[in-house]
Design a protein around this ligand. Structure first.
Ligand code: CA
Length: 231
């Protein structure tokens, strides 16, 4: 069964390029030329990945992303941004996107990102033989069910947030640099783009910690990186 990719982009020529290349790689595609249709298709068709432009008619990409996450969906979202502006990317990641790529992008790079994000999401869904749960205080990370519970209540984490938390918790007490986390959790290197890690850590803290400004689980070692405090 081929993976279904939803393309939400208002520039027809970009949609054509994406459609052509994704189909040639064996993916099925769906397209939406405005944010409202994109959101509707994302929720109704449950695609395996969403390529999401930011500047869209009717509903912008940020809002589409926010509403998809608000609906409890953890579909991988890859943002297509026309800008080099770091703040745009960070805002997208804060709203729950998994990854982004800057336009103009190389088709090869885009296909690599698509593949990585779909594979990660599938790996997490299929890792059901892994029956252990990691427990720390009020936190329980169910690696088989791909769910994190806090005080017995499930948290809504994106695939990437879950994987980052699981990785840190599985190596509790060990400090990892941003670069190491990029390699381990994102599976590829962003040259110098450590803010992606920082933003994902911040989002995780908001969900996991009682007081995100004074975390007790996900700690910062200034100038070095992050660690999960196990005991
Ligand atoms: Ca646009």
């Amino acid at each position: 069964m081929s993976a279904l990719i939803l393309i939400v982009e208002d520039e027809k020529n970009i949609v054509d390029i994406l459609n052509f290349n994704l189909r040639r790689e064996g993916y099925d595609t769906l397209e939406a030329f405005d944010g409202r249709t994109g959101l509707q298709l994302a929720l109704e068709k449950n695609p395996d990945l969403i390529l999401l432009d930011l500047m869209l008619p009717q509903l912008d990409g940020y809002e589409v992303c926010r509403q998809i996450r608000e609906a409890g969906s953890s579909i991988p979202i890859l943002i297509l941004t026309a800008r080099e502006d770091e703040d745009d990317k960070v805002k997208g990641l804060e709203l729950g996107a998994d990854d982004y790529i800057t336009k103009p992008f190389s088709v090869r790079e885009l296909l690599a990102r698509v593949k990585t994000n779909i594979r990660r999401s599938a790996m997490i869904t299929e890792s059901a033989d892994d029956t252990d749960a990691l427990r720390f205080g009020t936190l329980s990370i169910d690696t088989a069910g791909y769910t994190v519970f806090k005080d017995g209540k499930p948290l809504e984490l994106t695939a990437r947030e879950f994987e980052l938390l699981k990785f840190l918790a599985a190596h509790a007490g060990t400090v990892f640099s941003r670069e190491a986390l990029m390699e381990q959790v994102w599976n590829y290197e962003y040259a110098g783009d450590a803010r992606t890690v920082d933003v994902t850590i911040r989002r995780l803290r908001e969900k996991v910690e009682d007081t995100p400004a004074h975390p007790i689980y996900i700690l910062t070692r200034r100038g070095v990186g992050y660690l999960f405090a196990g005991q």
